[in-house]
Design a protein. Sequence first.
Length: 397
Amino acid sequence: MALLIAIWSLIAFLAFIAESEEVLWRRFKIGMVPTILLIPTILYFVISLTDGYIDLWAIVLIYAVSIPLHYVNWNSILLFDRAIREGFTWRLHPDFGSPWMYYWLAYYNCIIGASLHLLCKWKKKIHSYRKKRQANTIFILLLIFVFIGVISDYVVLALLNLPLLGPVYFIVFLAGTYYAIMKFRFFPIIPMTVDRNILQNIDIIIILLDETGKIILINKKAEVSLGIQDISKYLNEDINNIFKGTARLKVGISRLLKRRREIFSCFLKSNSNGVSKTINVSVSPVRDRNDVLGILLVGNEVLGVRDFIEEYHISMREWETIQYLLLGMSNKRIARFMKISERTVKAHINHIYTKLGIASRVQLLNILRRFNILPSLKNQRGKRQNLSNLGVVSLCF
């Protein structure tokens, strides 16, 4: 679009400083080619801007409708019937008696009208402040485009003898469009906008989504915890490729985008490479002023007894000892419930501390809390009359 406007503006300038009428019309015909092509290009630009989709055949059809205009332009003079020399420039007189004038106006206004309609629909649908401002700016530019292109060039020009303003407005339209995109653009989050070194070294699961729910970043902790071997398969794909049952997550994200909530948490089941794990995630928006640029998922794997035992190679008798330790029992009392000697209890405790790399019960609590084991064991407090059955019940993991 910018190239077409640049070509038309250059040729229009050369045409209006032409020394003879013959040279003027020759350059005018060349300049009309990018002008005719520009109108459907504006529609295609609006479709791309509004995240729309159009089939190839529809694009071909839109450009095909302009073929008669190109034909008339090369075989005669399109839109104007005469040129009048005024000082160092020329004034063109519209040919209102030609049917091609009205064909051009109908084509011109239908394309611009469709573009305005798409912008209106897009503005109602989007939630982004920046995109709404962008839509408003381009909408106003297109309205001015219609006013100057139709009224000024073909009505005011004939009645008030004003110069042709089309080339001038094409430049204004391009400058205004550039301003709308650059000032009110919607900055999408890309991995380079986030310090990758920081995210990759954080020991929690971090997944970054764009506003459509597509994955744009997964840190190393998430790769390891979720069993992701080839990260490229998941980037720019839906979150469903990693987690199962994401209906609640997507409803929450939708509410975040509409600013109805700021943060929420949920449990997600992993769905990558056959590895089934539960992740407790906190979901929050990434904002730039009033706009939600993306969605940040931060969480940890919900571990359990089996994970704890497998990771630290804890035996069943050592696990039973741990349960009694967490209930605050002395070594002597543990020995009585386990029906072993106090010396054996001490040996179990030493083995446990060595495997876990700890030296106290407080450190033991911290490790078990990470595996989400501690809360379930706390529920056993106050039930010491059933402690003889605790080992059997807890070992049925």
